[in-house]
Design a protein around this ligand. Structure first.
Ligand code: SAH
Length: 224
């Protein structure tokens, strides 16, 4: 897929984004499509104006409602892992947050379905992506523990929130050969985990220690 046409938005930060990509390469990100998308995606429009000067640091930042935007490294890493087996048609994202990872995914897969439990965050993310004229993403305000069964099965599922154990419903919404990338664990003791659905079951690989917000249950209609 061609990188997003930015039409002026965020082009002022191109040099800063190129430096970010340099750091991603140093950290081991190799997929050229992922690097191109990271170079073209404006992260500063996803954080409060007061924090926008820090948008291209490799750090998580607050996005309101007690949640954080994921570190660019982890966004790139998870996207690279999902793409390892080839091009993706359909992706389910759990935890839309501000929509930055959603925008990255929308440029490497045909169709994205994104679920968020906090209505205020979901609304803002939807507005930002529509402003950027992204039209291959569908949003749902729901508890992502249950996935989005009506739209599945998916080639890939990415969770940006950490459950204590892997929700079975999510694994059941994978195509054969499909991959679920998800942080699993409690508090500081979380592991990035890759589950692949095979002909006769599931294969689980533990990848690296990570720190994500917890996967909570139910939905919240906080206005923002
Ligand atoms: N990639 C996002 C990450 C946001 S943090 C970004 O960069 O902005 C993780 C998000 O997961 C939060 O917005 C949180 O509200 C959401 N979340 C937590 N539990 C959830 C659940 N059960 N269903 C859907 N979203 C959930």
């Amino acid at each position: 897929m061609t990188p997003l046409q930015l039409q002026g938005i965020g082009m002022t930060s191109q040099r800063t984004r190129d430096r970010l990509v340099g750091r991603l390469i140093e950290q081991g990100i190799k997929n050229p499509d992922v690097l191109a998308v990271m170079a073209d995606t404006p992260r500063h429009i996803f954080v409060d104006e007061a924090l926008s000067h820090r948008a291209y640091e490799d750090t998580s930042l607050p996005i309101g409602f007690g949640q954080t935007i994921s570190r660019p490294y982890i966004v790139a890493k998870m996207t690279e892992l999902l793409l390892k087996t080839g091009p993706l048609e359909s992706v389910l994202e759990i935890g839309t947050g501000c929509g930055y990872q959603t925008l990255v995914l929308s440029q490497v897969a045909k169709r994205i379905h994104s679920v968020e439990r906090i209505e205020g965050l979901q609304k803002k993310a939807r507005q930002r992506l529509s402003l950027l004229r992204v039209n291959n993403v569908r949003f749902k305000h729901a508890d992502g523990n249950w996935g989005w069964p009506e739209e599945g099965p998916f080639d890939a599922i990415l969770s940006a929130a950490a459950p204590e154990t892997i929700p079975k419903e999510l694994t059941l919404q994978l195509n054969i050969g499909g991959r679920l990338i998800i942080p699993v664990g409690i508090g500081d003791d979380q592991q990035l985990t890759l589950v692949t659905r095979t002909e006769d079951g599931f294969k689980k690989e533990i990848l690296e220690a990570v720190k994500f917000v917890p996967m909570l249950s139910g939905t919240k209609a906080i206005k923002g």
